[in-house]
Design a protein around this ligand. Structure first.
Ligand code: C2E
Ligand code: CA
Ligand code: CA
Ligand code: CA
Length: 278
């Protein structure tokens, strides 16, 4: 049921701090924004370095509130604290799948759309059914929908996560481990998870062109992924020197401002012919 939203007011109780009051006001605004589908997706290209082909697009949530872009690092945790993630995830997943279907129709080479899924949603009841419904109704080609999950999502409830990931794989949905290398909680358990790929966090790329120790670290993380047998997407490529190093280390896919910023869906068809890789 859709909430009326518009006339919602913040309930003030004595003893509320200013921060709490602001949090409550923002939460009400976010609730309305989700109801009104004001939270939207931008898409950032994931590029095959050798060819410049756009192999995939990462969907990233955007919320413009009172003329200000509220960062997802702020409103996603707020949605989480406020019990809004289920609806937000369902809406964004549906939107991403509809875009994916329209972009892949009649296109000869494969294209994937990556959707970020919060740990709480991955193991929420009904999540796999929701995904199955979208895959079926849009007739999405196997492997074209990829869900990005984090290590914290896996380790919150290892058995539930493994079951869910296995079911998703059974639907032809890819699962990619986001922010790989940041957690390192337990490699043995990671290894037992049926993943399709890993995304190397941009912190591993930050200083690689200026600091040898950073480059050694990146090399180690890339080799680790290779040994587990997982394809890698390197995140946060901003400078040509980072690309040069990634290529030298055998990394085939990358994402970052140098290759393309997250953009509105309307701009995506123009990118699908490929981009000039510096
Ligand atoms: P993430 O999944 O690791 O997404 C990558 C972030 O890096 C995005 O930030 C992207 O805009 C940014 N980025 C891409 N290339 C570069 C670069 O070259 N340099 C730098 N400095 N940054 C780059 P964004 O869009 O602000 O999202 C932040 C985080 O919020 C995401 O991190 C993800 O954890 C979360 N998020 C975003 N959208 C969603 C969503 O729809 N659902 C959920 N659950 N989380 C989301
Ligand atoms: Ca709604
Ligand atoms: Ca991500
Ligand atoms: Ca990431």
């Amino acid at each position: 049921a859709k909430r009326s939203g518009k006339d919602r007011i913040v309930a003030y109780s004595p003893g509320m701090s200013l921060a709490e009051l602001q949090d409550a006001a923002l939460r009400d605004a976010l609730r309305t924004a989700i109801d009104d589908r004001v939270v939207r997706l931008h898409y950032q290209p994931i590029v095959e370095l050798e060819t410049g082909r756009v192999a995939g697009l990462e969907a990233l949530a955007r919320w413009r509130h009172e003329g200000v872009d509220v960062p997802p690092d702020v409103f996603i945790p707020l949605a989480e604290r406020s019990g809004l993630m289920k609806e937000l995830t369902a809406d964004l997943l549906a939107a991403a799948c509809a875009r994916l279907a329209s972009w892949t129709r009649g296109r000869p080479d494969p294209l994937s759309v990556h959707v970020n899924v919060a740990p709480s949603q991955l193991i929420a009841p009904g999540f796999v059914d929701t995904v199955a419904g979208l895959v079926a109704s849009h007739r999405l080609p196997a492997g074209s929908l990829v869900l990005e999950i984090t290590e914290s999502g896996i380790f919150a409830d290892l058995d539930a996560a493994r079951r869910t990931v296995t079911e998703l794989r059974g639907l032809g949905v890819g699962v990619s481990l986001d922010d790989f290398g940041v957690g390192y909680s337990s490699l043995a358990q990671l290894n037992a998870m049926p993943l399709d790929s890993v995304k190397i966090d941009r912190s591993f790329l930050a200083g690689v062109d200026t600091d040898r120790r950073q480059a050694t670290f990146l090399h180690a993380v890339l080799r680790l992924a290779e040994e587990i047998g997982l394809p890698v997407v390197a995140e946060g490529v901003e400078r040509p020197a980072q690309l040069t190093l990634l290529r030298a280390l055998g990394c085939r896919h990358a994402q970052g401002y140098l290759l393309g910023r997250p953009v509105d869906a309307a701009e995506i068809p123009a990118l699908l012919g490929g981009i000039a890789v510096p």
